[in-house]
Structures are given as structure tokens and as C-alpha cells.
Design a protein around this ligand. Structure first.
Ligand SMILES: [Zn+2]
Length: 1124
């Protein structure tokens, strides 16, 4: 026998003896041996003893000895201390106590020692430990523990604080059991606990008894998990009591734990309610063809929002490790390529989308190239290859006849009756008040980087260092005579078709005046083209107002913006403000100031101090705005069309503001459980005043940003029955840069369908016609009647020799898509970067065009984008879940793109790469998801032997290359697993059905980067566009063996190719996937139950103290002596 085995068996023998012996001496000496053993050494020693059955032995010894009154005094205390020491490390101690019936024993000991603090205190600790198991707590409660321990707490006394603390903590633990909580409620203990908490707060001026105060809060917190508990708390002014106490000590750092616990209780007890019924369903309704599509029904939560269950369920029983069962483990399903989802004959109709394969370059001269390559077909008729349902009211157009006359002959056609929201108030006011109205207060806005030359010369103005608005309007003297609308007029004429002729004319004049001032420095944007394009865009609501940023244009901000740091206590302060709404009802305005469906509201809201909201424009989303307090607004987002969910994307206009005032905005119907808004992300703002001064930027703005669960709930029907789900609030404060400005706020940098169409049109015009093959076709029309553009880019054959044309036609295909999810506007900015790079003069772009034929579908869900959806199309469905069986009527863009891919497949031209651009709301950086059989099986823990499976690891190359060349891209977040829940996404279907090995989803954070060059920065438009260009470099390096020699690009290529060895070394490939963000430090735990260890952290100290107390006693020394 080795030494270790000797000790093993030795310990086991001791423990067995302890468990079975009824001899006082034996028990005493074993206890002292164990005491000796555990008084030294580390925690590991305790766990070792537990693993050998130490807890059971000690519990049994306690039961046995108390039956027969074997132990008393110091030896009983030593046993109790040992039990505390071992029990607090043993998560199963409650259940073990239940088994050995030690629960009853300990209660009897408490009863007998009510007046004997030295024995009572450890007994209370043990009760607390036992009650960690809810079922054991329930047994204790049924046997009178609740009443017994409550007696130790009342009436208020500051004597025996150690006992009081232990009793309050034991009571709190007992309250984890619903039945115990209910008992406490019926016996009126909640009132008592509140009073005691108040007493302790008043008594403890020196903050010496914070732990006792915290223990009382824990009691209330656990009771607040039951409906009756919350109700009685509310009825007994619990909210007021906690609120006032927290207000009186909110600034005290040492009371953090008390403040946080109080806030948690107040949030739990805040009465839950449903949102007003009429905002659940989308304000926009689109009749789905066939009417067969199930409309989402919604049910509102019942009045009695009771989540109390009668049973006490042990939470630790539910903590079973969950394996990722979403991964596809069916090898056959992973390996087998299914048959095409349509007959082969149908595929021939997609030939027209590959004109590059059939153009006869032999007969053509350069002119016909030009014609082929620059013709923009997007605005032409539907291609006829699909069934398109034209909604008559959508197609009727915005612009009525006769308006053109008003504008005179010089007016371009496109300016017909264009209503524009612009800060005419600001301009009017300014000119009226001679330079005094526009605030010059800098409120958190970056100082600009110097005057814009073009604007400068246009305005002949001098920009002063500290004024933000003045100079433009001084220089704008020329505008004095021009009749700008007041803002309300502008909106009036928008809403009322009967508005006077001259009103319209004035609006047109406004537009013309504005255009005269446009600095025309925005690449690939032109306001006139935008207006012309937007006219053709069909929306469910017939938008006839343009949002200024989309019309005027956007340039990337010339600086980068760091992520914001969430200050500790921000959430707490917001909650205090929310609680005040309940307690000081008189201060609350609750005034509806905007509703998407009630335009008359806008007229009535003419009061000073009231912001004006508007969202009825392309990609706009805001359903309702309620003024809560003077500078605080609740905002409700519109659901996706034909849906009741997906509130995340927002984009709306605000006017009527004062500069420098912190306005608080709360978007109260968010649905996701967490958000990057808790981790440094800010919403974006565009100021018209700033734009008119040459700074047409979207900027990240806002402070005091929090995203938290609120008191609104909704009910979802699941197969298991209905369940209640919470809404979340996104809250932020904004100080606007100018008084009476018009500003736009959005979730992320907006990018409308009309912006895309304008961009494609101008890109097409810019193309070098002798070199670049560029075709802009319409893949099909959407349900809403909008063409879905399909762009083809490659290089024209240099000479029209047979050989060159052959090379041209045999270039591999790349297919890039974006914006299937309308709220993911970041995908569009990346796509913009890709398109501009692909058509640029960069030698790498030239090379890329010579190597590939690139097909781009930049917006797979135009209708969703136009109508301000976040996730779905007009049918209310997620188009990226329809790839398995897309319907030609309901999902035309997906159906026809899949058809085109099948066609390429059928002519043996399967694309080399397919990449679908997306946005990600929970992670940082840019990364990719791909598909791999082996990685899926490995990760799923499947027992299938993957050694015999052959798999091309080429899917890894592109992400690896990108991680080297694109600063925003990070490899460690990439994943190549095939999930069952994703089996109908573009990535998986294109991989499995079309057989594209490199089929990816590229995800870009809405927030920013936490690594590399951009670490700590939020993404701006510049970084997103750069990512789009870098993806092209990645695609170029993918096929480096077939890179033709090119003098211009050679040095650049060499530099990039030195990365090659590293890139191709798959051993360095990381398999560590970055976890999602940790929970927010202040986030509420609604399931309550504080973490086990934390609860006992203080007992550890106490135990130390009490052991050192007892060391003074002679008995202990005797025991020690005898054990020697
Ligand atoms: Zn997406």
C-alpha cells in the first residue's frame, strides 16, 4: 500500500466510524481530528473530504448525537463549525441534509439555543446552507423555520448583531422557496422586513452593519420573485421606502451593494404591463399574394401576469450541461448534394443574366462594347422571368400632373413635387434674428477639421473657430429673399394634397436653393439623381418625403470615434428615473407627440419644448413618440410589415430642439436580450445644419447609453403553451449641436434602396468603357414592385481575338450579395466599398477583373429596406430562411438568384466563392461563417470517424487571407459549422445544393473592433467601405496561381504574397471561438438566487473570527492536546 492509499483508507475509516458510532468519546475525538485536518491546508483538502463522504458523515453525526444528547458545549460547536466549513463548499449539502433528516435536527437545535448565541449562530449558518437547496428550504419552512427565525429579527434591537445577521441571512435563504415566501407574505412579514430595513438604515449611520442591511434586502428580493410578494411590497409602500433610502445614499461608494440590491428589487416590483395594443401589429400592411401566408397573430399578456409556480424547484437540478444540439450530425445530409429544386428546362431562362458568355465580340466594334457595358437596365421593365404582383396603389406614383409648370422651364423634371424635410426654421429664424438663433454651443460634437473649401467659396464665408452655424447663415444673406418654408408648412404640404399651389412651389424653390448650395463633392452621389431615383421607388405607404441625409448625401466622417465607456451607475440612475415615474405621477406628461398613423398630431404639437418627430420616409422607422418629461421621450418602433416582431432598426427625424440640453430617449420595445449598446456602441446622428456647413456626416452620438429589460411584456404562443417575454429598453441621452436644427437619428448608418440605385447609376456612368465590362440588370421585381439589381463586373477582352474572348468567358465566377436583412445597413456600406473598388483604377482591381467574372446582387431585400423593416420582407418572413424552397411569388429575389446559381451549375460554371454580407448585433469586428463537414462533426462531439471523410480545406483560405489584409477582420470569431437552424440560409444552401465550397456569410459588427488597428474604435462608414475593398484583395489572393503577370500590380502583389506561407499554414488556424459578451455588470438577475459562493464569502470571515474566539477557551486546547 502506498502512503496515499493509506491516508485514503484512513480517512474513510474515520468517516465511517463518525457516521455509525454512538460513543461520545469516539465522536469527540474524530471531530477534533477532522478539525485539526481542516484547520490547515487549502480548499482542496475540504473538497477531498467532501469527495470521501465527509458531509454525510458530519450530518449523520449531528443527527445521531443530538438524538442521544451526546454532544454539548464546545464539542457541539466544533461539530457545527466543521459542518459549516465543509457544507459551504458542498453544493449538494441541502439535499444531503434532506436525506439524513438533518434539516429537522438543526431546527431543533435553533429552538433550544434561542438564548445561546454561541451555538445559535453556527446553527443559523447551517440553516442558510441547507436552504440553498429550495426543496430542503421547503422542508425547513413546513417545520416552522420561517416563524422561528423571524422571531429572532423582531423587534428591532442592535444587540447580538452577529445573531441578527446570521438570522437575516438564513431567512433570506429560506425565501428562495416560493412556499416559504408565500408564508412570509400571509403572516405579514413583508411589512415587518421593510420596517426593520428602515430601522437599520436609520441606526447604522456609520455604515458598520451594511451586511445586515443587505441581508434584509436579500429577504425582500427573494420574496419579490412571487407575484403576491411583489404586490404586498407595492401595497406597503416598499417602492417609496427603497427609493427614498437609495436617494439619500446614492453617492456613497461603500453602499454600492445596497444600492444595487435595492435597484434590483425595485425593477422586479415595477408593475408589468403590455404595450398599447395598437402598436403591436405593424402600422404598414401589405396584402400578401394568395393571402395564404399565415399572418402573425399576437396575443397580449393576460391581466394577471403570474409566474409563480406552486412547486419549489431546485435550480441546481436544472443546471445540466447543454450540448450544442443545433449542429447537423447527419453525415449523409452534410455530404449529399440534393437535386435542383426546379426542372432543368426552367434554368435556360437565366441565360440572359450571363450576357458575358454570349456576347459575340468578333463582330463588334468598340462602340457596341460601350453600349453593352454602360446600359443601366435597372429602371427598365421587369425582366419577365418572374411573376410580379404589382400593387396598384404602390405604382400610382407620387407626383401628380401639372406640378411641372410651377417650376418653370429650367426645372429638371426630377424636382417635381419633391417634398423635403430641411431646417428651414433654423434658416428662417437665423435670418430673422440676424445671427442670433443658431446656438453656437458645442455639445459633445467633434470640432470640425477646418472649413470645407467648396462650401467656403460658395458662401464666401469665413468659418469662425467656435461658431458652428453662424457663418453659413451670414454668408447665406443671399437666402434672405428666398422663401423658405417654415417646417410645418413643409410637412403640411406633404400631408395634404389640397395644399396650395404656392406652397408646393415654395418647396420646390427650397430644393432648388439647396441644390445651388450643394458642394457636389460627394463621390457617386448626386441629389438630383437621387430625387429622380426615389420617385420610382415603390413603398407600402407611398412615401413622398425624402430624408435629408439620403437626398443631400453623406461623406464618411473624417475622424474615428472610440467606443463609449459605460460609467458605473448609469443604469442605476436610469432606473431611479423610471421609478420616479411611478412615485411622482404629477411630474409626468405622458403626451403622445408622434404617431405614424395620426398625422394630425403634428399640427397640434406646436408647443415650446416639444420635439417634433417624423419617420414617413424611405427606410424610416418610428411608430410613436411619447413625451414623458420635459426632456424625455419614450419611443416605440414599428414592427416589420406583416409581422409583430423585429424591433431593432430605427431611423427618424427630430426637429424643434434646443442646443446643449440633454434629451433622454427610451426605445421601449426592443426584443433582443442584450445589445452592443451595453458595450461601447452609440446610435448615429446627422445634423442638417452641420451638413449645410459642409459636414454631411453621420456621427456616433449619445451618452448614458444602456440597454436593459423593462417592465413591458408580451406573450408568445409556443407548442408548450403561452409564455411571457419581456421587452427591453435602449436608452441614451443626446445633446443636439444646434437649436432648431433638423436631425436624423438611426440605429446604424442608413443606406436606402434609392441610394443604391443612385449609386449604381452613377457608378455605371463612371466606368472606363474600353476596359471594364459592367452590366446592371434587374434580376426580377420584388413583391412591392421594385427591381432587384444584378451587376456583372469583369474586364473586357483586351483584343477581340478568339483566344482572348475564350479567356474572358472562362474566368471563374464570384457571387457577392448583401442586405437580405434590411436592418443590416452596414452590409450595404461594405458592398459599396466592394463595388467602388471593383470598378476602380487600382491595379489590383484591374487584375481582379481580368481573373474573374463577378456577379453582385447588392440588395436582396429591397422592399424590407424601403419600408423600414429590420429583418423580413413584405410577407413578414426572413428571406434568409427561405433558400431551401423559395417561392417565385413570395420570395422572388431568392428564387431567381438560386435559379441563376443553378444555371451556372448546369453549365459547369459553379462559382468559386459565394459571400453574403450581414450585420451582427452581439459581437465585435468583422468575421465569416463558412461550411465544413469535419468541423461540424468535431464540434458536435459526434462519434463518426472523420478520418475517412475527404474534405477540401480551401474554405479556410479566404478568412485567413482576410485576417491578414483587412484590419477589421478577425479569424478567431469565424466558424465553419453547419447548424440545423441555418439549413435554409444562403450560406448552407449554396454550399450544399449548388456545391460552392467557399460559401460564406460575412458578419460585420454594428459596434466596432476590439483588436488590431481599430481596437477600441466604433466602425464608421470609412472602415466599412475599406472592408469591402479588402475583401476584393482577399479574393485576388485566393487564386494566386492564376494571377497574370502585371507590372503595375507586381510590387503590391509581392508584398501581399509574402503573407502566403503564413496564410497557407493551416496548423496556425485557431479553433478558439470568441464567446459572446459577458453579461453587463449591472444587469439584473430576474431569476434571483445570488451566487452561492458570494453568499458565504462573509461567513468565511465570521468562522475565522469565531474559531479564534474559541481558541481562547481551555476546552479547545484540551481537545487539541488529546488529539496529539
Ligand atoms: Zn443578417
Amino acid at each position: 500500500m502506498s502512503d496515499k492509499e493509506t491516508t485514503d483508507s484512513g480517512l474513510e475509516v474515520i468517516l465511517t466510524t463518525l457516521q455509525t458510532s454512538s460513543d461520545k468519546e469516539t465522536i469527540q475525538s474524530i471531530i477534533s481530528i477532522l478539525n485539526e485536518l481542516l484547520s490547515m491546508g487549502t480548499e482542496r483538502r475540504i473538497h477531498y473530504v467532501i469527495s470521501k463522504g465527509g458531509s454525510e458523515a458530519l450530518l449523520q453525526a449531528l443527527v445521531n448525537s443530538s438524538h442521544k444528547y451526546l454532544l454539548s458545549g464546545n464539542s457541539l460547536q466544533t461539530l457545527l463549525h466543521l459542518l459549516v466549513k465543509v457544507g459551504q463548499k458542498d453544493k449538494m449539502i441541502g439535499r444531503k441534509a434532506k436525506k439524513t433528516q438533518a434539516t429537522i435536527t438543526i431546527l431543533n437545535l435553533v429552538r433550544k439555543n434561542m438564548a445561546n448565541p454561541r451555538t445559535l449562530t453556527p446553527c443559523l449558518w447551517i440553516v442558510q446552507m441547507f436552504a440553498g437547496s429550495v426543496t430542503a428550504g421547503g422542508i425547513l419552512g413546513r417545520n416552522g423555520a420561517t416563524e422561528l427565525i423571524y422571531k429572532l429579527l423582531v423587534p428591532f434591537t442592535a444587540e447580538h448583531t452577529r445573531v441578527i445577521r446570521a438570522a437575516a441571512e438564513a431567512f433570506a435563504a429560506l425565501m428562495k422557496s416560493v412556499s416559504n415566501s408565500k408564508r412570509a407574505v400571509t403572516r405579514g412579514y413583508v411589512q415587518g422586513l421593510l420596517r426593520l430595513y428602515q430601522n437599520w438604515h436609520s441606526y447604522d449611520i456609520q455604515h458598520k452593519y451594511v451586511h445586515i442591511r443587505r441581508a434584509f434586502l436579500r429577504c425582500l428580493d427573494n420574496i419579490a420573485n412571487t407575484k403576491s410578494g411583489r404586490q404586498i411590497f407595492w401595497e406597503n409602500a416598499g417602492m417609496e421606502i427603497l427609493f427614498h433610502i437609495t436617494q439619500s445614499c446614492a453617492s456613497n461608494q461603500s453602499l454600492k451593494s445596497i444600492l444595487n440590491a435595492s435597484v434590483q428589487i425595485m425593477r422586479k416590483c415595477y408593475p408589468r404591463s403590455a404595450l398599447p395594443t395598437d402598436v403591436i401589429q405593424s402600422a404598414y400592411n401589405f396584402p400578401v399574394p394568395g393571402g395564404a401566408h399565415p399572418t402573425r397573430t399576437c396575443s397580449l399578456p393576460p391581466d394577471n401576469l403570474d409566474d409563480d409556480s406552486e412547486e419549489d424547484v431546485d435550480s441546481e437540478l436544472e443546471n445540466v450541461d447543454v450540448e450544442d444540439d443545433d449542429l447537423e450530425t447527419d453525415v449523409e445530409k452534410l455530404k449529399t448534394k440534393p437535386d435542383p429544386d426546379r426542372p432543368r428546362e426552367l434554368l435556360q431562362s437565366y441565360k440572359k443574366f450571363c450576357p458575358e458568355l454570349f456576347d459575340d465580340f468578333q463582330d463588334s466594334d468598340s462602340e457596341s462594347f460601350d453600349r453593352n457595358c454602360t446600359k443601366a437596365e435597372c429602371s427598365s421593365k421587369p425582366t419577365g422571368c418572374c411573376e410580379v404582383i404589382l400593387n396598384s396603389h404602390i405604382r400610382k406614383g407620387y407626383y401628380k400632373e401639372g406640378d411641372q409648370r410651377a417650376l418653370g422651364s429650367k426645372t429638371p423634371e426630377s424636382f417635381q413635387q419633391c417634398h423635403l424635410s430641411c431646417p428651414v426654421d433654423a434658416i428662417d429664424n437665423y435670418t430673422k434674428r440676424n445671427g442670433l438663433s443658431c446656438s453656437t454651443k458645442e455639445s459633445g460634437f467633434r470640432p470640425r477639421n477646418g472649413p470645407n473649401q467648396t462650401m467656403d467659396s460658395l458662401m464666401s464665408a469665413t468659418f469662425e473657430s467656435n461658431s458652428t452655424c453662424t457663418s453659413v447663415y451670414q454668408s447665406g444673406k443671399q437666402l434672405d429673399t428666398c422663401s423658405f418654408h417654415s417646417r410645418t408648412d413643409c410637412i403640411d404640404s406633404t400631408y395634404h394634397s389640397q395644399s396650395s399651389f404656392s406652397d408646393k412651389r415654395e418647396t420646390h424653390d427650397t430644393v432648388l436653393r439647396l441644390l445651388e448650395r450643394h458642394n457636389e463633392d460627394i463621390p457617386f452621389h448626386d441629389p438630383s439623381t437621387y430625387i429622380a431615383t426615389a420617385r420610382k421607388t415603390a413603398s407600402v405607404q407611398d412615401y413622398n418625403v425624402l430624408a435629408f441625409p439620403d437626398f443631400w448625401g453623406i461623406i464618411p466622417a473624417p475622424y474615428q470615434q472610440p467606443m463609449t465607456e459605460q460609467k458605473y451607475g448609469t443604469l442605476r440612475d436610469k432606473i431611479f428615473q423610471d421609478v420616479q415615474r411611478l412615485l411622482k405621477k404629477d411630474d409626468i406628461l405622458n403626451r403622445l407627440v408622434f404617431d405614424l398613423q395620426e398625422s394630425s398630431l403634428l399640427e397640434s404639437v406646436e408647443e415650446i419644448d416639444t420635439l417634433k418627430f417624423f419617420s414617413k420616409f424611405e427606410s424610416g422607422n418610428l411608430r410613436r413618440a411619447i413625451q414623458v418629461r420635459r426632456y424625455e421621450y419614450d419611443l416605440i418602433l414599428n414592427s416589420d410589415v406583416n409581422n409583430i416582431h423585429h424591433h431593432q432598426w430605427f431611423y427618424f427625424e427630430i426637429s424643434g430642439m434646443k442646443a446643449g440640453v440633454p434629451y433622454r430617449f427610451n426605445i421601449i420595445n426592443c426584443e433582443k436580450a442584450n445589445s452592443q449598446f451595453n458595450y461601447g456602441m452609440q446610435p448615429v446622428l446627422y445634423s442638417v445644419c452641420e451638413a449645410l456647413q459642409g459636414r454631411p456626416y453621420w456621427q456616433r452620438v449619445g451618452d448614458n447609453i444602456c440597454y436593459y429589460r423593462n417592465s413591458y411584456v408580451y406573450t408568445v404562443e409556443t407548442p408548450e403553451g403561452s409564455c411571457e417575454k419581456p421587452y427591453f429598453t435602449l436608452t441614451f441621452n443626446i445633446q443636439f449641436p444646434h437649436t432648431d436644427d433638423v436631425c436624423y437619428l438611426a440605429y446604424h448608418f442608413p443606406y436606402t434602396y434609392s441610394t443604391l440605385m443612385t449609386h449604381l447609376h452613377l457608378l455605371g456612368k463612371s466606368v472606363k468603357q474600353k476596359k471594364v465590362y459592367f452590366r446592371n440588370q434587374s434580376l426580377c421585381n420584388t413583391l412591392g414592385g421594385n427591381p432587384c439589381p444584378l451587376v456583372t463586373i469583369t474586364a473586357l477582352p483586351k483584343l477581340k481575338s478568339q483566344q482572348n474572348v475564350h479567356q474572358f468567358r472562362n474566368r471563374p465566377y464570384l457571387v457577392l450579395t448583401a442586405r437580405v436583412h434590411p436592418g443590416e445597413s452596414n452590409a450595404s456600406w461594405i458592398m459599396k466599398g466592394t463595388l467602388e473598388f471593383l470598378l476602380s483604377d487600382d491595379p489590383a482591381a484591374e487584375l481582379l477583373r481580368e481573373m474573374y467574372i463577378i456577379k453582385v446582387i447588392p440588395m436582396l431585400n429591397p422592399d424590407g429596406v424601403i419600408n423600414g423593416n429590420h429583418r423580413s420582407s413584405l410577407t413578414g418572413e426572413d428571406l434568409n430562411r427561405q433558400w431551401s424552397q423559395p417561392s417565385p411569388t413570395l420570395h422572388p429575389t431568392v428564387y431567381h438568384l438560386k435559379g441563376l446559381l443553378h444555371y451556372l451549375n448546369s453549365i459547369r460554371r459553379t462559382p468559386l466563392v459565394f459571400c453574403d454580407y450581414h450585420g451582427h448585433s452581439r459581437k465585435k469586428n468583422v468575421f465569416m461563417y463558412g461550411c465544413s463537414i469535419k468541423e461540424t462533426l468535431w464540434q458536435s462531439g459526434s462519434s463518426i470517424n472523420t478520418a475517412s471523410l475527404k474534405e477540401d480545406i480551401g474554405y479556410r483560405t479566404l478568412p485567413k487571407v482576410l485576417s491578414k489584409v483587412a484590419p477589421a477582420f478577425v479569424l478567431s470569431s469565424c466558424s465553419f459549422q453547419v447548424e440545423k437552424s441555418r439549413e435554409s440560409t444562403a450560406r448552407v444552401v449554396v454550399w450544399r445544393e449548388i456545391g460552392v465550397l467557399r460559401s460564406y456569410t460575412m458578419e460585420s459588427s454594428y459596434c466596432g473592433s476590439d483588436q488590431g488597428k481599430y481596437k477600441g474604435l466604433q466602425f464608421g462608414i470609412k472602415e466599412l467601405q475599406e472592408m469591402g475593398a479588402k475583401l476584393c484583395i482577399g479574393l485576388l489572393l485566393l487564386n494566386k496561381n492564376s494571377l497574370p503577370y502585371n507590372k503595375a500590380v507586381f510590387p503590391q502583389m509581392m508584398k501581399l504574397l509574402t503573407l502566403e506561407d503564413d496564410i497557407l499554414d493551416h496548423r496556425s488556424f485557431s479553433n478558439e471561438y470568441i464567446e459572446e459578451e459577458p453579461p453587463c455588470p449591472e444587469e439584473i438577475d430576474f431569476n434571483s438566487c445570488f451566487i452561492y459562493e458570494e453568499e458565504f464569502a462573509d461567513i468565511e470571515e465570521e468562522l475565522e473570527e469565531s474559531s479564534s474566539d474559541s481558541e481562547d477557551t481551555e476546552t479547545t486546547s484540551e481537545l487539541q492536546a488529546s488529539s496529539d
